[in-house]
Design a protein around this ligand. Sequence first.
Ligand code: PGA
Length: 260
Amino acid sequence: MAQSKKLIVGNWKMNGSAQSNFHLMAELLRTDLRAEVCDTAVCVPFVYLQQVKTQINEANPGDLARSDALIALGSQDVSAHESGAYTGEISVSMLKEFGVSYVIVGHSERRQFHHESDQLVAIKAQRALAAGLTPIVCVGETKEERESGMTEAVVKRQLAAVIHLNGHCISEIVLAYEPVWAIGTGLTASPEQAQEVHSVLRAQLVAAGGEGAKKIRILYGGSMNPKNAKALLSQEDIDGGLIGGASLKAVDFLSIISAV
Ligand code: PGA
């Protein structure tokens, strides 16, 4: 296991409304989040960052970036550019200024629907690291790639691009293994299948970053839910979860946290 403290991250994707966010956050913040054994974050749509930040701050006065903040704030993407004429984009410095701690980069939905390349994902991770944000770098194979025995080659290629640009500070990232065929489908990698890929990724990180890379948190994502969370999270190299659908229901998200 990389770290004794696991990390559970909710990825809301393009879901929510001011009203539903309020209720979801109120339930999360009302609960004992087991902060001593588990770090928690929510990656919300950009327009809701302010709302969620205010609610967290009210429950937990002070600086969101404090290590004891109840729930850390994350975004789901960031621009690969620093600033300037890039209509519609949000920069790392804007996120940093806002008190955001985590930024998801290279989610398969961005790779698939927005044609993000390994190289672009690596640049986004680099920008995030330079600004003092923690990138949650996603890698994962499609169903066809798994069926043709390419899982290992694909995830290693995706991670290699990130290591290539960020090797010197690779131990600052969070990595998420998200098999594309398991995302939002109800199909989950078995704990053994997930552990197998996590251990390959761990070895690649350690080869690049040495001892420091042993503590990198490698999250599993893809239909993690209250039923399967415990078995997945008890695997040696699974250091947390990146939760989509189940992060939208407080009771499900909280029961995944209690599975830690
Ligand atoms: P899911 O999504 O839990 O709904 O499968 C996970 C993710 O895409 O991060």
